[in-house]
Design a binder for this molecule. Structure first.
Ligand code: SAH
Length: 393
């Protein structure tokens, strides 16, 4: 199989040699004029040194490296890559765990496949392509999943219409790629149970990235009045309820999410749960109640560098309002999934909020994403979830 070539400007090979997998458009010196979006190409340095195999896509990131060695990108290639991702999850004790059957099977650049996310829900894999090249390869990826997962695989559902750039998403329909469709599945995460609806739910259906942090909240929840804001389907709420919280209040602006949250509470036999379909800011302003433990897990306030400053103001305001609601001796769990806000900026922002709210806080934990949301040092952009737990005086 022969692939067409992209040649980089002198000096622009360095990031690839350090295994950072992106080729920016400005780095390209020569390429064919009719290069097709999604096609597999070979990348070369200005002095003709082979650098990698990549998916080409017009845009500021024009190349996403799939392999730093010459390779034929065929079914065998996909099987090897997905096997590697699976073996890592097996090492993490996620693949055959009687207590947990929901995990991220493959996380893009962290697992050497930029543009691809695969989430596993008790046998059902939700496929999300972020690049058109990955989407074009969905059938091969599907075959590889069958080969690697064998009878652990029941279905594969393509949910790429929300993650592909808009010019490609327009012509694409979400739908079943393989296996038997199922309307709703119940998964287990550390023995807590959740209904998952990947077709209508947000992202791939569940925020798998909070697994470890939910477990930690569970450890502090006993005997506490808990407020879980931006609760979605109630991940944190269920753990708090199961671990003996005296009351659990969930707040989300989406009525559909609150419905799910209530159903998940019932599914886990939690009787002291109440859901509120309101804006978190309004809830914190208007509701007079105090809480022992408050969780803040908002959607990304900054989706790009340009709005970083506004995001910092948003995080500060939200955390200040929450800190005022926490009883003396209480706990705040606060998160940011904005990639452009790094952990130190986030820490400083919460510190500023505490000063404004006139509360003394003590750092209990620096939190991050779990290991199946793979972080590699060669791709720092992959570290996006930050959390802090504070004791609040
Ligand atoms: N903590 C959740 C995930 C949170 S995702 C979990 O563990 O599963 C963010 C949620 O915030 C979404 O469900 C979204 O509907 C909700 N949301 C966004 N803006 C909001 C607002 N202003 N007030 C309340 N909820 C909001």
């Amino acid at each position: 199989m022969s692939y067409r070539k992209i040649i980089l400007h002198k000096g622009k090979e360095q990031s690839l040699q350090r295994f950072h997998p992106w080729v920016f458009s400005g780095a390209i010196k020569v390429m064919d004029s009719d290069m097709k979006d999604g096609e597999v190409v070979e990348i070369y340095s200005a002095n003709d040194q082979f650098l990698g195999m990549a998916h080409y896509q017009k845009g500021s990131i024009s190349g996403r490296v799939l392999s730093y060695r010459k390779a034929t990108i065929d079914t065998t290639f996909w099987i090897q890559k997905i096997q590697k991702a699976f073996d890592y999850r097996r090492f993490l004790n996620l693949t055959d765990n009687p207590h947990t059957n929901v995990y991220r099977l493959l996380f893009g650049e962290g697992d050497g496949l930029p543009g691809l996310v695969l989430d596993y829900y008790a046998g059902h894999v939700v496929f999300q392509a972020h690049s058109i090249g990955m989407h074009m390869q969905r059938q091969d990826i599907c075959l590889a999943l069958q080969e690697v997962l064998k009878d652990r695989l029941l279905s594969v559902y393509d949910k790429s219409s929300e993650t592909l750039p808009s010019q490609y998403a327009a012509g694409i329909q979400n739908g079943l790629l393989w296996g038997k469709a199922e309307d709703e599945v119940i998964v287990k995460e550390n023995d807590a149970q959740f209904y998952i609806d990947w077709i209508h739910g947000q992202k791939t259906g569940f925020f798998i990235d909070q697994r470890d942090n939910r477990e930690l909240v569970g450890k502090y929840a006993s005997g506490k009045r808990v407020l879980n804001t931006f609760s979605y389907t109630g991940g944190f709420s269920v753990y708090a309820g199961l671990k003996g919280a005296t009351a659990v209040h969930s707040v989300d602006s989406s009525a559909k999410a609150v419905d799910f949250c209530n159903r998940n509470a019932v599914l886990n036999n939690i009787s002291n749960h109440e859901g509120f379909a309101v804006d978190t800011f309004d809830f914190l302003k208007e509701k007079a109640t105090e809480y022992d433990l408050v969780i803040l897990d908002p959607p990304a306030f900054a989706k790009s560098r340009d709005v970083k400053h506004n995001a910092v103001i948003g995080y500060k305001r939200l955390n200040e309002m929450a800190l005022r609601k926490i009883k003396k001796g209480g706990i705040l769990f606060t998160f940011s999934c904005s990639q452009v806000i790094d952990k130190y900026l986030f820490y400083n922002t919460i510190t500023a909020a505490a000063i404004e709210a006139r509360r003394n806080i003590k750092l209990l934990h620096f939190l991050s994403q779990p290991a199946d949301h793979t972080i590699v040092p060669t791709f720092p952009e992959g570290e996006y979830l930050k959390g802090l737990a504070f004791y609040v005086d």
